[in-house]
Ligand binder design. Structure first.
Ligand SMILES: [Zn+2]
Length: 254
């Protein structure tokens, strides 16, 4: 299997990948509280795994390389729970701007910002739009929760999509880092899904802290999580991301 991790490759190998027109995935995630049962690495661990698997699956059709994860994102709404590191939106956008500029200087042009944290969704779209106007990069912004929504819904039993430290995220962490999941805390973590903290009216947005919809930092029922569901999620979500990467339409100019 091809090595797809940027930081495990040598500069000469990355120069060859640039010349071959490789896609670069920048995984963006978060380091933040994930309830009483999951570690703060959850979004970063899941995001890097999905990006790596997707790159390996797409590679034969389109060479792809994965940078190290941008491990802090927009997590201000989680700060009250502790354990959370966050960036200002302007800092987050500046990091993406600088990283894409560095990739362009090395000859890469097709860049997938692959996000695994709900709070980053609006910002990565803004980054993609700004970079499209100001550079020659073709930047695609994706959040796996949306790109693989149908596949996720087909696997989960208790919820239609990914929430927070929920059946879905806990399943994937049981598959990836079982020793870091506190199974004795799952029952106390379970929290009913009452909608997004940022939803008001019928379709309007207001920034609010996560504590407005959960007392313990979880949304969803992690007692419904299994490692088998987690492996199925990782497999099918990375398939969906690989299709996005390998589809010429994703990178077409017109
Ligand atoms: Zn998460």
């Amino acid at each position: 299997m091809a090595e797809v991790s940027w930081d495990r490759l040598k500069a000469s190998e990355l120069r060859e990948l640039a010349e071959a027109g490789a896609v670069v995935i920048i995984p963006v995630a978060a380091t933040e509280q994930h309830g009483p049962h999951l570690p703060t690495m959850t979004d970063t661990r899941i995001g890097f795994e999905l990006a790596t698997r997707a790159a390996q699956k797409a590679y034969a059709r389109r060479p792809t390389v994965v940078t190290p994860v941008v491990w802090s994102g927009l997590s201000e709404h989680h700060m009250a729970f502790g354990g959370t590191l966050t960036l200002r939106p302007s800092t987050f956008l500046a990091i993406l701007d600088d990283l894409v500029s560095a990739l362009l200087r090395h000859g890469f042009r097709d860049i997938l910002i692959s996000n695994s944290h709900g709070g980053n969704q609006i910002a990565i779209q803004q980054a993609a739009a700004t970079l499209a106007l100001e550079t020659t990069a073709r930047v695609v912004a994706t959040t796996y929760i949306n790109e693989a929504a149908d596949e996720i819904a087909a696997i989960l039993e208790d919820q239609a999509g990914i929430h927070h430290a929920c059946e879905g995220e806990t399943s994937m962490m049981l598959a990836l880092e079982p020793g870091l999941v506190a199974s004795d805390a799952l029952a106390e973590a379970a929290t009913p899904v009452v909608g997004k903290s940022t939803s008001v009216g019928k379709g309007s947005y207001r920034w609010r802290p996560f504590g407005s919809v959960t007392r313990n930092g979880t949304i969803g029922d992690p007692t419904r999580a299994t490692a088998a569901k987690g492996e199925a999620l990782l497999d099918t979500i990375s398939d969906a991301l690989a299709e996005l990467i390998a589809d010429p339409e994703t990178w077409a100019d017109a």
